[in-house]
Design a protein around this ligand. Structure first.
Ligand code: NAD
Length: 369
């Protein structure tokens, strides 16, 4: 059967050949066919900080299905640099007050929100109201209510929503999930690990109103995600405790460290840690009935690797996780599918993190629905 697309390509090819003669055929035919290629989805980045500058914008250049067509910034001095580097015009540049005008820019399909955690809802809602698909960095927000607002605003706009869980696109994380799901070492018994970093006292990350919490919301969320992603199960109870605070000025508003245990149906237990004061942890280890496996380092952008107790390495070639994440979202949009890193997935983690805080505050275990 000849599809409409095939007949159009054939028509373009024949028309070019007969109109222009042989010597020009191949280059002009390529140009005509290139124009016939599927359109890449236009992304606008909201917030041009460390992650957008260092990872997301460069990763966009490597995508198959996306291109950078817009920026939203509150810092005018960044504009000329971004315009030059990414070939943007004045019409592609917005600030936080004007971003609603993206509604009039048909080049922008997706808005990627990369601002401090507690601003995600505000910026995701503006994007949805402008009629755009939304990709929101983790954590999705800092309260269940705000996550629900994002989900319902995007739904109301008839658009798609995804959360920036880059590790779900990492081949070595996927391999660990396969080992668990196929029970290669039997039923899972324990997952243990952590992700920590140090920060400066001047970052928004130490301000509760912008961050929502400390290292748990920022990097501990990766350890939490691993427990859920690898096991494919949801915890039924959490218990947690805060660690000591050595710098009470820096950590006046958010925790310096927290450790937590989760119980899953079937008896799987997990124990995780995260801190902002020492850093240094970046791994997980899964213990099953007949063996163990894990990654160390686990959460680097491009270089996770690990081992299995049978001596085999877990060391699949890395991918650019952001490229994979954005291409996957573009494919979900084109094929009208729900992303595996959906808004509901983001909401689940926020619910659990708030239960972890409640348990650390009260000293009692918290049951999860
Ligand atoms: P950053 O501080 O480097 O950048 C934040 C950006 O938000 C800046 O451009 C800043 O100007 C802008 N901004 C807008 N309003 C602001 C306000 N009121 N206060 C402070 N900044 C404001 O932070 P980042 O590291 O790029 O993190 C941004 C988001 O990305 C966070 O939600 C974070 O959790 C997430 N993140 C994800 C990853 C990942 O691997 N997926 C890595 C780092 C950060």
């Amino acid at each position: 059967m000849i599809t409409t697309k095939q007949s159009r390509r054939t028509f373009v090819r024949r028309a070019t050949v007969s109109a222009l003669g042989f010597p020009f055929v191949s280059s002009l035919t390529s140009a005509a066919l290139a124009a016939d290629e599927p359109r890449k989805l236009g992304f606008a980045l909201v917030g041009l900080g460390g992650l957008s500058t260092g990872q997301i914008a460069p990763a966009l250049l490597k995508t198959q299905h996306c291109r950078l067509v817009g920026i939203v910034t509150g810092t005018p001095s960044k504009i000329p640099v971004w315009k030059e580097r990414y070939h943007l015009a004045d019409k592609d540049v917005y600030n936080y007050e004007t971003m609603g005008q993206m509604a009039n820019n048909p080049d922008i399909d997706v808005v990627y929100v990369v601002t401090p955690n507690a601003l995600h809802a505000e910026h995701c809602l503006k994007a949805a109201q402008a009629g755009k698909h939304v990709l929101c960095e983790k954590p999705m927000e800092t309260s269940v209510e705000k996550c629900e607002q994002i989900i319902s605003a995007v739904k109301k706009a008839g658009k798609k929503l995804a959360v920036g869980y880059r590790c779900q696109f990492d081949p070595n994380h996927l391999e660990c999930r396969r080992l668990a799901q196929e029970k290669v070492f039997g039923d899972l018994k324990m997952i243990e690990g952590g992700f920590s970093r140090t920060i400066s006292a001047t970052e928004w990350r130490v301000k509760k109103v912008l961050a929502g919490g400390g290292p748990l919301m920022d990097v501990g969320i990766y350890a939490l995600q691993t427990c859920r992603f690898v096991s494919g199960a949801e915890p039924i109870e959490v218990s947690a405790k805060y660690g000591p605070v050595n710098d009470p000025v820096k950590f006046a508003e958010v925790e310096a460290s927290v450790s937590w245990e989760m119980t899953f149906p079937g008896g799987l237990k997990t124990t995780c840690r995260t801190n902002y004061d020492k850093g240094g942890e970046n791994n997980f280890q899964v213990t099953a009935e007949k063996g163990a496996f894990g990654l160390n380092p686990a959460y680097n952008y491009n270089s996770s690797r690990g081992t299995r107790s049978d001596g085999q390495a877990i060391n699949l070639p890395g991918v650019n996780q952001f490229t994979a994440e954005m291409d996957d979202f573009a494919q979900c949009i084109k094929n009208n599918q729900t992303s595996k890193v959906s808004g509901e997935e983001g909401l689940r983690d926020v619910r659990i993190m708030l239960a972890i805080y409640e348990s650390a505050r009260t000293g009692k275990p918290v049951k999860l629905a």
